[in-house]
Write a protein that binds this ligand. Structure first.
Ligand code: WT7
Length: 660
């Protein structure tokens, strides 16, 4: 477990602008406190009321929370609804039919607008197309798509017919894709011929072909291909079809499949402390409720807003705050195919100006790299653009350092926009701890206070509450509607990972360390307490990367640790022992390159170690356990000042200290 070094904490408070507070959906701290008090007074009543007010139920629920099989909680279990109906049909009934749902900007800059009416038609047609292939409620569909209207429509179409989707991020390799297809037991893959990002083409369809050729995917009956670029691809007879052919004769009306609130809307794989990714399973009712509520609370969404979340649909942020949340509240949103640095690092600012974005939600990594770019080239500095449409900024995915927060606040928000530092996880489904933009005074580097209804706390290893000021383990004391329901196919791992017996079996273990400020009670996240790294906001398990490395025939042993990185937050540093003599000089460089490419093939380019160091051995205890805490110190380039008396082979430290 990591040591909870007290962080240097910012103390200056930034009050939300008075004009913002005046019009906010939740205005002022008294309102926030009243909502928290209401949730504590009658927890189930609080959630039931919101679920009735914010969602359309085909069959109203009578039960709110079933705790009989804790920690397998069930919310609104006798209620029935359809997620796609809530996101689309409701908007046709309430006057939003002609409103723009999506402003899509392609990598090359072409813009397409899709109204709610058109999106509804496209999703219905897509849903009918999936049905024509025999895909039914409960079937699993893997989506391996670029950022596109079609990608969102694919997710919504699955939701419409009750199929459970599993989106795999385009940066994962054929092997990672294959593992997820097998684990989910999917019967179809929806993909594109190519993905285009930053002018570069990535052959998604041929990666799917490669994944399926690896074997074990015989349950895949269909591969549906969206034509993005027209690149030459192979279509396997009987199995593969163009999306436009599947849709050609389909009606643009499709009755939704009403499902139970607990019906699995999607599975999304994420990294944990073992080598195998976890299929995080989410529900329909509870998940959508929180997606919609947090749009209203954290993002203060209003009818005229132009909302822009820069995440990819391959991650949870792209699920909750692109594919579902904005549509569930009838918002207009920007969807972007490309990358922030193409054709230059002013792309985000240019798009905010062009589309008059009012709410902008991005990751600290992106902010930090754009700070660097703006320092180097004044032409891509946000001050060169008209960003006056903005009224709210958000941050997600990793801790935002106070310097980056200040830059974002000043240069992008013109000191006029609240910055919401939203802490949450794939497992939480939506925001957990975040300022309310029209209420909470902000402190750079702190995600501040839990949202109403979210019972977070900082405890010690035995589950005892810790006083403010003392670092400990972040937990959630009561179940909440959008929480993970299970790990697909592995309920025991779900229980052990998130509701460990040491904490009493009913307290949710987030996997992060946290400390609350002595005066304000504000939370600061101190980082993961398990073997999970956060590289550019991408969650990576050290064990996954180690397994990938040792799968290479020349590798005897490998240990992977995170190293603080100015831009990406953390970077991956691997210590490797080869089956042959320790390489040095050019040979070491050559082998390091081969191993990096190997990891790229095994997991995906996002998992390539930035640095690889070779040793004759790894630092181990006498019982053979690798001492990763020492490796973390070495990776940083620091001297070892800790106790090494349990170390079997102290001489190895000097060798591993040198970066190759
Ligand atoms: C982990 C979850 C949140 C959706 C995208 C990432 C870290 C996330 C923050 C934040 C400090 C943060 C945590 C968390 N994290 N947001 N605002 N401040 N840390 O989802 O891939 O499931 O990763 O990201 O360590 O546990 P994810």
């Amino acid at each position: 477990m990591a040591d909870f070094a007290p962080l240097k904490q910012e103390t200056h408070m930034f009050e939300p602008p008075a004009s913002f507070v005046k019009n906010a959906n939740i205005s002022g701290m008294d309102n926030y406190r009243a909502m928290c008090a209401a949730s504590e007074r009658d927890y189930e009543g609080f959630w039931a009321q919101h679920a009735r007010d914010h969602l359309f139920w085909h069959k109203p629920f009578t039960k709110v929370l079933n705790q009989n099989d804790a920690p397998f909680y069930r919310w609104f279990e006798d209620g029935q609804l359809n997620v796609s109906y809530n996101c689309l049909d409701r908007n046709l009934q309430n006057g939003n039919a002609a409103k723009t749902a999506i402003v899509f900007e392609a990598d090359g800059g072409q813009t397409t607008r899709v109204s709610y009416k058109e999106l509804h038609e496209r999703v219905c047609q897509f849903a009918n197309g999936l049905k024509s292939l025999g895909i039914r409620k409960g079937d699993r569909v893997v989506i391996y798509m670029p950022m596109s209207v079609e990608g969102i429509a694919a997710m919504q179409a699955c939701a419409r017919i009750g199929a459970t989707h599993s989106v795999v991020f385009g940066g994962f390799s054929a092997k990672s894709l294959q593992e997820r297809i097998i684990d989910a037991g999917a019967i179809a893959v929806i993909t594109a011929d190519e993905q285009v990002r930053g002018g570069k083409h990535l052959p998604l369809k041929s990666i799917v072909d490669e994944a399926l050729a690896l074997g074990g995917c015989e349950h895949i009956k269909h591969v549906v291909v969206y034509r993005r670029t027209g690149a030459n691809i192979q279509l396997a007879e009987g199995r593969d079809k163009w999306l436009h052919d599947v849709l050609a004769s389909q009606s643009t009306a499709c009755e939704p499949e009403w499902v139970d609130a607990e019906h699995p809307l999607f599975i999304l794989y994420t990294s944990g402390s073992t080598g195998k990714p976890k299929g995080v399973q989410h529900s329909s009712g509870g998940y959508l409720l929180w997606a919609a509520l947090t749009m209203k609370w954290t993002f203060d969404i209003k009818p005229d807003d132009v909302f822009w979340c820069t995440a990819d649909i391959g991650w949870i942020t792209g699920h909750t705050y692109i594919a579902y949340g904005p549509l569930a509240v009838g918002a207009t949103q920007i969807v972007f195919e490309g990358v922030p640095t193409y054709p230059n690092a002013g792309r985000f600012w240019d798009m905010i100006q062009k589309h008059k974005a009012t709410i902008f939600y991005t990751a600290p990594t992106a902010i930090r790299s754009l700070i660097k770019a703006a320092d180097a080239d004044p032409d891509v500095h946000p001050k060169k653009y008209d960003l006056s449409s903005l009224r709210l900024l958000g941050s997600v995915g990793e801790p935002i350092n106070p310097e980056a927060w200040m830059w974002y606040y000043k240069n992008v928000g013109n000191e006029n926009c609240p910055v919401t530092d939203t802490f949450w996880q794939t497992e939480s489904g939506g925001h957990m701890i975040s300022p309310l933009p029209g209420a909470t005074p902000m402190v750079p580097g702190s995600c501040t206070l839990p949202l109403p209804g979210i019972m977070t706390a900082v405890v010690d290893e035995t589950g005892q509450d810790l006083p403010n000021g003392q670092g400990g383990i972040l937990v959630v004391k009561r179940p909440w509607p959008s929480m993970i329901r299970t790990i697909w196919g592995d309920p025991e791992r779900f229980r052990k990972s998130y509701f460990p017996d040491e904490l009493g079996g009913k307290t949710y273990l987030a996997g992060d360390g946290a400390v609350r400020n002595e005066k304000t009670g504000y939370f600061t996240i101190t980082g993961r307490i398990d073997d999970v790294l956060n590289v550019s906001g991408h969650r990576m398990g050290t064990m996954e990367i180690e397994s990938a490395l040792v799968a290479n025939p020349i590798v005897a042993e490998a240990a992977v640790v995170g190293k603080p990185d100015e831009t990406t937050g953390e970077s991956i540093c691997a210590f490797v022992v080869l089956k042959r003599a320790r390489p040095t000089g050019d040979e070491a460089k050559q082998i390091a390159k081969e191993l990096r490419d190997w990891v790229g093939k095994e997991i995906g380019p996002i998992a390539k170690p930035k640095e690889i160091r070779f040793g004759d051995n790894l630092p181990k205890t006498r019982s053979g356990k690798i001492m990763r805490r020492l490796l973390r110190v070495l990776a940083k380039g620091d001297d070892i000042t800790q106790d090494v008396s349990t170390l079997e082979n102290p001489a190895i430290l000097a060798q591993l200290k040198q970066a190759q």
